[in-house]
Design a protein around this ligand. Structure first.
Ligand SMILES: [Mg+2]
Length: 281
């Protein structure tokens, strides 16, 4: 059986980011399936925490099944599912306008909220929730602006990732949509529920009854995965299969010694070029 490297030998919970860690677009990242299976064989609990709000958790179950990764709906914590449960704590059965895709809309509906379109009365909207929307239009931004400035809607966001890794390279991320609403309303989101907000990881720790010191997050982005992990006190492993280059980590490490102002939360505990490096050879 595989043995884990020294830094991860006490791990009981492994949290995986998805895009850029497990797969990139519709391509599995080499060996991620084998590493996940090997961790499960070691009786380590595996869950997935993604900032991508475009898909429902059922869609993620099917996506991982296509890659022959066994999983369960309860293993997924997406920025859409986290947003839906947090919004429900603020107000039940709310009327919500989303700039977002099916994942966000369905997760909100499942929690009992009414998700409306731009034809609805803007005065009745409680929340504008913004996430990644690949069908963003001027009309959607204009309606969100109207709900917030002329109505009573409060502005929240799923995440603010600048980019989104796909098989062929990078695409614009949800941060572009969030910034659009921010600029035309002059308001920042009251809260961004996805990473680097550590609350998602904290709820995973609570649900799985895990201690931060026995948990690790594998992510490809410093200002979301690694920052959230460090804030939640779990071990952080940067995998160089997604958006971050090793030169960015080297720069941060160098800057840290020269300036105390550098956000040390951005610095991962471990940097690996491939997930299989977590096992001793
Ligand atoms: Mg990622």
């Amino acid at each position: 059986m595989c043995k884990l490297i020294e830094q991860l030998k006490d791990i009981e919970l492994a949290i995986f980011d998805l895009d850029g860690v497990v797969y990139r677009g519709n391509k599995l990242i080499t060996d991620s399936d084998k590493v996940i299976a090997a961790l499960k064989e070691l009786k380590i609990k595996v869950v997935y925490n993604s900032n991508n709000s475009t898909a429902t958790r059922e869609m993620y179950v099917q996506r991982l099944e296509r890659f022959n990764i066994e999983n369960d709906i309860g293993d997924f914590y997406t920025s859409a599912s986290i947003t839906a449960s947090e919004i429900t704590k603020i107000k039940q059965n709310a009327t919500i306008y989303t700039i977002g895709e099916i994942g966000l809309k369905e997760e909100l509906k499942r929690c009992g909220h009414k998700v409306i379109n731009t034809e609805s009365d803007h005065d009745k909207v409680d929340f504008v929730v913004v996430g990644m929307d690949r069908d963003l239009t001027y009309a959607k931004i204009a309606y969100a602006q109207r709900c917030i400035l002329e109505g009573k809607a409060r502005f929240y966001a799923t995440n603010a990732d600048s980019s989104f890794p796909v098989a062929t390279g990078l695409l614009p991320g949800a941060g572009v949509m969030v910034n659009a609403v921010e600029i035309c309303t002059g308001q920042k989101p009251i809260k961004i529920f996805g990473k680097p907000n550590p609350e998602g990881i904290q709820s995973i720790l609570k649900d799985t009854k895990s201690k931060p010191t026995n948990s690790v997050i594998f992510g490809d982005r410093l200002n979301t995965d690694i920052l959230a992990g460090n804030r939640a006190g779990v071990k952080t492993a940067l995998v160089l299969t997604g958006v971050t280059k090793i030169s960015e980590v080297d720069k941060l490490r160098g800057a840290k010694t020269n300036s105390p102002d550098v956000e040390i939360g951005l610095i991962p505990n471990i940097v690996i070029s491939s997930l299989k490096e977590i096992f001793l050879t």
